[in-house]
Design a protein around this ligand. Structure first.
Ligand code: ZN
Length: 345
């Protein structure tokens, strides 16, 4: 077995992946046709080409509008997990979805949730991959909509829904605005994370202090992205000391930003921050969980042992309970030992 195959077959978790960003191009074109939603192009090779981050956000929200009924949501969740299990031996995922992306099409929370959960269950029985859901706040819609989103989540609790997240353009909604929504979620027993300090935003738009706000005021126990933290060495030290997990992604919406991303992930790793390798929006960014490990291993020249450490420490960053973490760790170590035994001496 060669090294690329090894990295691809390493068992993995993915804790930063948006369901609306997982839709296969062919599936999106079919759903758009079925539900009569106009797309910018019906060429599957052009569908996921973006000018910049804001163009990407427009496309992902258009994609979300193509999901209308229970089966649409079930299909998207199923294919997300099936593709990740096949391409990168994904074992467990915590998947984001923004309820507010689907409301404009008249979809209610229960329909999207029932559909997603049905897809997750079918994928688990067909592919042995399990997942939980993280409803996410769109920060661009402001604090009142955030509170409404969290209230909806609390009013319809399911075992599969374990926490809340927050995404959207950071310059449009600094985390300090969302304290009340996060307090509501915390009181209801939901875990909390948030996108902060993504490197497509400047240090002024997404300053490191946003990470401190997420940890101290929003009660987040992990951070999605976080690259701009490198602008504040004291905060880096604090997060390293406290073992705060950062869900970093190997790919971005525009290829010209890839080298910056890899350099930032390298620096975060060198600073002893706890990193979980993730996909964000796999087909939209031309990646999958296997490619994420292959790419970072190549670009960061990671030794095999480091990639194994990353795969295993990802389990600690999940929101699973201790028994489930132990089970997953046992499954991972058994598979890793078998893979290692097949490597050339
Ligand atoms: Zn994201």
């Amino acid at each position: 077995m060669d090294h690329e195959t090894f990295f691809r077959r390493l068992p993995k978790v993915d804790l930063h992946c948006h369901l609306a960003g997982t839709i296969r191009p062919a599936t999106l074109i079919e759903l758009a046709h079925k539900n009569d939603v106009p797309l910018q192009t019906s060429d599957p090779d052009r569908l996921y080409v973006f000018d910049d981050f804001y163009d990407f956000l427009d496309v992902v929200r258009t994609a979300a509008r193509c999901l209308i009924d229970h089966d649409d949501f079930a299909r998207v969740a199923y294919e997300a997990l099936a593709d990740a299990a096949t391409a990168g031996n994904l074992k467990y995922a915590e998947l984001f979805f923004n309820p507010t992306d689907y409301y404009p099409s008249g979809v209610d929370y229960r329909t999207m949730l029932d559909g997603f959960i049905a897809g997750l269950r079918d994928a688990e029985s067909d592919h042995g991959v399990t997942a939980r859901l993280i409803p996410a706040i769109n920060r661009e819609l402001g604090p009142q909509t955030a509170r409404d989103t969290v209230a909806e989540v609390i009013a319809d609790r399911r075992d599969e829904v374990i926490g809340i997240g927050m995404d959207g353009a950071e310059r449009g909604g600094p985390p300090g605005l969302f304290g009340e929504a996060y307090r509501m979620a915390g009181k209801a027993g939901l875990y909390r994370t948030a996108h902060a300090c993504e490197d497509n935003q400047t240090l002024e738009e997404a300053p490191p202090s946003n990470i401190a706000t997420c940890l101290d005021d929003l009660g987040c126990d992990r951070i999605d992205h976080g690259y701009n933290i490198l602008g504040d060495p004291r905060l880096v030290q604090r997060c390293s000391d406290d073992g705060v997990p950062f869900t970093v992604c190997s790919h971005t919406c525009v290829p010209s930003r890839l080298t910056t991303r890899w350099r930032n992930v390298r620096r975060m790793l060198d600073a002893d921050l706890e990193l979980v390798v993730c996909t964000d929006d796999p087909p939209m960014y031309g990646t999958d969980i296997g490619t994420a490990y292959v790419t970072l291993s190549r670009e960061l020249e990671l030794p095999r042992a480091t990639a194994i450490d990353l795969a295993l420490s990802g389990i600690d960053a999940t929101w699973l309970d201790d028994d489930d973490k132990r089970r997953l760790r046992k499954e991972f170590t058994t598979e890793i030992a078998m893979l290692t035994a097949r490597l050339p001496a």
